[in-house]
Every structure is written in structure tokens, then in C-alpha cells.
Design a protein around this ligand. Sequence first.
Ligand code: CTP
Length: 417
Amino acid sequence: MTDELNGDLNSKHIVLGLSGGIACYKAAELARALVKAGATVQVVMTEAAEQFITAVTMQALSGRPVFTSTWDARGVEGIANNMAHINLTRHADAVLVAPASADFMARLLHGRADDLLSLLCLARPIESCPLLVAPAMNREMWAHPATQRNVAQLRSDGTHILGPGSGEQACGEVGDGRMLEPDELLEELIGFFRPKPLAGQRVLITAGPTFEPIDPVRGITNLSSGKMGFAIARAAAEAGAEVTLVAGPVHLATPRGVRRIDVQTALQMFEAVVPQASLHDVFVATAAVADWRPASLSDQKIKKNGSKAAPIFELTENPDILAAVAKQAMHSGRPFCVGFAAESHDLLKHSREKRERKQVPLIVGNLGPATFGRDDNALVLVDAHGHRELPQANKLTLARLLVADIAVRLAAAASSS
Ligand code: CTP
């Protein structure tokens, strides 16, 4: 499932500003991704941006004529009053400047208005049309006190700074200052528009399988892909929470803004979760934790020897992470614990039983074999009063519904205490 297919930016109108920088080539991909996600995109370019990419390319990808000059007399949205700098933002949901060069940010900071893009940023209705900028520059330029001073001032003026990323730069140097990738900017923008019912809350999530080694090359694991847990981490971050994601061995990108701790075994997951659980408001256990691990670990590969029978492994039980956190929560009142039940049959019955056995207020049931590794799922939310079904949908959609449901429960608990 991609953001593009979700239509997450349906009915959003974005002014995409390009200032001068080699990262302009990424803006082409970004414009395409924004359009595919449902947004209408109006591109505005500075003279310097036109040195890196042509307005023709940006027009083709956005499907709209590009504006580059303050003196452009073409009408905007049917208004032909020769005031592009006013008209371009009056119906916009946001201005996103990507790339934002060091020079452009300095000009924004001083309220300069000597080119169309900085002029429209200054003239935009500040309440209804937020400004987001994605810095793109050499690492020394980014680290320079002048730039850092400008970034701090832009933030306090209400500008949202996206990134920058870190890594190899066009000049060959390595460090901070790269523009975020188009898919990262898309994720940031989608998250920016989402409601924030978990603002100020701390959420801890486990995700993926665990891997219990038998010897240096073999182990016990399961088919969990981690996708549901990662989707919940993203949905919680979009909802404004500070999110920590403890992940078993999976190959998934970390959602934007999420702190990730990688672990391999159930014991490592237990150690990463239990000591810090009570510092959180919510704990969501989506991980498919292996119930057993080999009682002993061979430090050398166990060899197949023709004369011997197949080895027999003794197993020992892993600690139950969710039950341990739920026990803490019974004493301290936090975190609010949400368990998952991955079943193969009798989903509602097993989910109810599991909720009582684990002593948690909410269990989310799903059919494991039908969902492991897939992009969609169907959930049933089981609490002390009954159940609610969330029908088949992609995992991000379900994760957002679940997060909204949890936020309502937290708000209800807060108002009754
Ligand atoms: N869980 C956990 N630690 C474990 C086992 C499970 O935190 N050692 C959590 C899972 O993350 C999930 C819930 O407990 O939120 C239920 O996991 P599941 O594997 O469905 O249940 P089990 O307790 O293992 O019971 P069973 O295997 O008998 O269904």
C-alpha cells in the first residue's frame, strides 16, 4: 500500500515552491507523488530553480502552468488582476518549498519580497495557509551559525521545517543538509494534515516477529511481516504522539518521526519494553512474539552427521511482554494496554478469552494466516463491553481507525478521573 494510492491528499491544494538547488530534480518526483495522492499542485519557481530544472517539466508533472515571475499577468483561479502573489495562496491549503536553499530561507526570514516565491510566502494568509520548507544544501552551509539561526527564527515564526536528511551530497561530501526524499516529504505532508488527538501522549509499540536462535545460522521465527505494527506507529505519530517502536527483524522503513529500537529475540524485546513501559501513556503489542525459545544455544553450527538421528531441541517459554506491562499498569494506571490476538479460527471467542487472560482493556483480533505479510487486514476490537468490527481495508487505514479509537478511550478516561 502506498500513500499515492490512498488518496490521502484528496481535495488539498498545494503551492509547491522550488528555489535553486540540485535537489530540484527530486521536486519533479515530489510533484508527481503529490498529484497521485490526490492533491492539486501549483508550482512556483525562482529564477535560480530554473537553472536546475525547467518549468516545462514541472508543468507536465503538475498539470498546471508554472509561475516564475511577480509580473506574470496570467490569471489564477479565474482572477486576472495581475496579482499572482495574492491569488496563488488564497485557496491553498499549504505552501511547500522544496528545495529550500540557504539563501531562500534567509530571505524568508527577513520578509524579503523581491521574487514571486518569497513574495507569496509573505503575502499568504498565515492562519489558513501554513508554510513548510524542506532545506537542501551542503553540510557546511547547513551547520553554519547563520543558517542555524535562521532555522530557529523561521520555526518561531511558525514555519514547519521538514528534515533535512543526512548522507551523501551532490558535492561529494557526507553530512546533514540533503533534502528529504520525495516519499519522505509526501509522508510528512500527509501527516501534517492529519488530526492530532494524541498530541502530548507517549506511545510504545512492539512489531514484527522475534527470532530465537538455535545456532549461529538457524532459528525459530514466524511469518509476521511487522506491517500492522509499523502502520500503527505511523498513525500514532501522525496523530501527534511521541512514538517508540520496538521492532523484531523486519525489512520495513521507519515511519517519519518514530524512534525505533531493533531487537531480535523475545528476551531482547522484553528488556527493551518493560523497563520503560510505565513512562508511556499507551502500549500497543502487535509483535508476534515467539512463545518458546531453544533452552540452549549452540555457539557452533549444528552439523548434520549421516550416522546420527535428527536433533531434538528442548524449548523453554518466553516471558509474556504484554502481560508484564499490563501488570504494571494495574498498579500505576498507565500505560493503557492494547493487545493483538492473531488467531486461525474462532476469532471473537479467542480474542475475548485473551483479553481476560492478559488483563488488558482492549484486544484487537485478526486472522493471522489471512493477514501475515499482506497490505490489508480486517480487525475486531474487543473490550469489556462488547466488540466493534473494522472491516477489510489497507493496514494504514485500519491503523488510523484504531488510533482514533484509542484516543477516544484515553480522553474518556482522562475526563472521568
Ligand atoms: N505477546 C507478548 N509476549 C509474548 C507473547 C505474546 O507481548 N511472549 C503479546 C502479543 O504481542 C499480542 C498478545 O500478546 O499482543 C497475544 O499474542 P498471541 O501470540 O496471539 O497470544 P499468546 O499469548 O501467545 O497465546 P496463544 O499462542 O495461545 O494464542
